[in-house]
Design a protein around this ligand. Sequence first.
Ligand code: NAD
Length: 483
Amino acid sequence: MTARTTTVADVPVDTRHWIGGRRIASAETFTTVSPVTGAPLAEISRGTAADADAAVAAARDAFPGWAATDRAERARLLHAVADGVEERIDALAAVETLDNGALLRSHRRGVMPRVAHNFRFFADWLIGLGHDDFDTRGHTNHISWDPAGPCALITPWNAPLMLATWKVAPALAAGNTVVLKPAEWSPLTASLLADITAAAGLPPGVLNVLQGYGAEAGHALVSHPGVRRISFTGSVPTARRITAAAAEHLTPVSLELGGKSPLLVFADADLDLAADLAVEQYDNAGQVCLAATRLLVEEGVAEEFTRRLTERIGRLRQGDPRDGATDIGPNIHPRQLERIDGFVRRAVATGARVLAGGGPHTGLGGLHYRPTLLTDVAQDSEIVQEEVFGPVLTLQTFTGEDEAVRLADDTRFGLAATLVTGDPERAARVSSRLVAGTVWVNCFFVRDLRAPFGGSRASGVGREGGTWSFDFYCDLKNTVTAP
Ligand code: NAD
């Protein structure tokens, strides 16, 4: 018999699935270990294909009632979920930090308020959602946004509850029911979300949480014929497997994947701003899909930019993410740390020069990797082409706009790009030539949920945000009525 609840950061967390409004355990469990303390945090139910079946059945049973619930009532319930999140911000932040190692102060001030905002935003957007009817030779075209059915939502560990609710909120607002499968390295806050939705009065089966490994619970879920939409955030190799599984039933898939985004610094840039934006790329120990990890700097200012950046890197404080003075916490898992270090060692072995960092933080032990800056890297090298997902940036130089665009664009990814320039016309010219879902000019990470979000090329398929989320989670219908 496995434990049903465990206490993490003084918060009780149920370790079982949440299916049809009930807690259900699997026979087997897996252990989630804290990247902060190195200690096991909980034994979590290890979902099977039978558990995935049960979760989809619960979502299917709840679907007609939820789909028929009028928009105002759905919106009211989602606002009640947001209230529940806001009441528990400290608990959610403390559990998330212990489970995935990201900074407690960011969770408290930025991430968990954004989780609540995800629910409020899509609840309000639902109310305004519509299409004006139009006329064709006297016939009326009426477009309706019909909910699609049970949705499988698969999420990664780098921003667990934020990314989960970025999918849960629009899927539920649209009138769908969901099965959320959180990442096995950070499963805890999804369980707390189930408690919050139940307390808010969400009917049983509208939100289900299936715990477990990707290859087991995740695979069973995305292969399930009862699933009408799959929304996935994670890595490219997993996206391929999910897309292949979805092909069997032609289930529509939304993919938000990795990146290798450029940060272009032109000679006319404010170099302090450029260095500030560059050092931000180490946030969350580099485990950010949008991070601009390729610094491309115009020849004439490269030396001065490097000086200002390395000075800032030297001031970053690594340590316990629960400490308010810490800038960079640990990476998520020993396997991830090993992976990051492998990229850096192979880059150095093939000629890269280390300007900062270059290895684990031996003084701190555990899973801390030094913020690393590498130069003398070839454009076709692994370190320039592959997503490291750790605190590692490369620095290359360019001469003129054409070379800047050529280097920036020479990637299989297309998630984001950042430009730093004092010339608005240059900013407009360059951003129009780049392939990216988001381009930031003289800023970074300014996000508005009304905007389309997603990636091009290997960074993803589809866009979410505002109406784009409803486009994905709904079956749009046009009813044409004769006069
Ligand atoms: P991952 O692909 O290893 O896992 C993501 C999720 O997929 C997990 O829940 C996992 O259990 C599940 N999964 C694994 N195999 C599966 C399968 N066969 N079927 C169904 N589900 C399966 O990714 P990760 O390591 O957790 O996350 C890091 C990646 O996510 C990086 O590439 C990062 O860039 C990307 N990411 C992208 C965005 C974005 O919005 N574009 C945001 C955050 C992270």
